[in-house]
Design a protein around this ligand. Structure first.
Ligand code: ZN
Length: 227
C-alpha cells in the first residue's frame, strides 16, 4: 500500500507540467514508491522495541531488498538472453523456460530446489508489456538507499521539500542533475556501493538480534530443564 501511495504522490505533484511533463522514466517512478516504503519501514522499526518483532521486520525488509536487487537482475539477464536469441528467429516457450530456469538456478544457488520455477516467467507481465522494466527496481532500490543515507545524515537542508521538487520535476529534469542537489553523484561507482551499505547495516543488526534471541531461548530451555 505504501509503495502504491508513493506512486500516487508522484503522479499528483508531477501534474504541474501537464500531460507531457508527466512522462517519466520507470526508474524515477520506482524511486518515489520505494522511498515511501523505506520511510514507513524505518518508522515501524523505530517504534518496535520487542526484539523478536524487530527481527521479523528486518528479515522481511532484507528479503524485499534481495527481491528488488538480485532477483530483478536475474530477471533482467533472462530478458536480455531472450531478446538476443529472438534476433535469430522465433523462440519457443520451452526454450524461454530453459533460459529462465538457468538464470534462476544461478541466482538461487545449489541449496534451493528450483523444480517448476521455469513456469514463473509466464506470470511476470513486465517481460511482455514493458521491456527491461525489471531493472528499474534494482536501480531505484540503490538510489533510495543512498538518498535515505543522506536524509539520515541531516546534511541537506530542506530535504523533504527538495525531494518533492525532484518528484515534481522528474518528467523534465535529468536524473543525474536531480540527484546532484542532494550531493549524490550517480555517475560514480561508489554511489552504487553506498546504496548497498544500508543492506549491510540491516543484515548485521539482524545477526545481532538472532544471536540475542537464540541466547535467551537457550537460557529459557535450560531453566525449564532444571525445574
Ligand atoms: Zn512500483
Amino acid at each position: 500500500m505504501t509503495h502504491e501511495l508513493g506512486h500516487a504522490v508522484h503522479e499528483y505533484v508531477s501534474k504541474k507540467y501537464g500531460e507531457l511533463g508527466r512522462e517519466k522514466s520507470c526508474a524515477q517512478a520506482e524511486t518515489a514508491s520505494i522511498f515511501a516504503e523505506q520511510l514507513v519501514f524505518a518508522a515501524l522499526l523505530k517504534a518496535e522495541t520487542d526484539s523478536k518483532h524487530r527481527f521479523i521486520l528486518l528479515a522481511k525488509h532484507i528479503e524485499e531488498m534481495i527481491a528488488k536487487t538480485y532477483r530483478q537482475i536475474a530477471f533482467y539477464r533472462f530478458e536480455d538472453m531472450a531478446h538476443i536469441e529472438r534476433t535469430n528467429g522465433e523462440v519457443s516457450a520451452q526454450r524461454l523456460q530453459e533460459m529462465f530456469k538457468s538464470v534462476m538456478d544461478n541466482y538461487l544457488g545449489p541449496s534451493v530446489d528450483t523444480t517448476g520455477v521455469e513456469f514463473i516467467c509466464a506470470g511476470i507481465h513486465h517481460f511482455f508489456e514493458y521491456d527491461y522494466y525489471v531493472y528499474s527496481y534494482c536501480f531505484s532500490c540503490c538510489v533510495v538507499n543512498s538518498l535515505y543515507e543522506v536524509y539520515k545524515s541531516g546534511t541537506v537542508a530542506n530535504f523533504a521539500e527538495k525531494c518533492m521538487d525532484m518528484l515534481t520535476d522528474s518528467g523534465v529534469e535529468n536524473y543525474c542533475s536531480a540527484l546532484a542537489k542532494f550531493g549524490i553523484d550517480a555517475t560514480s561507482p561508489t554511489f552504487w556501493q553506498d546504496g548497498m551499505r544500508l543492506f549491510e547495516q540491516e543484515l548485521s543488526e539482524l545477526e545481532t538480534l538472532e544471536a540475542d534471541i537464540m541466547k535467551r531461548t537457550y537460557i529459557n530451555l535450560e531453566k525449564k530443564a532444571t525445574h
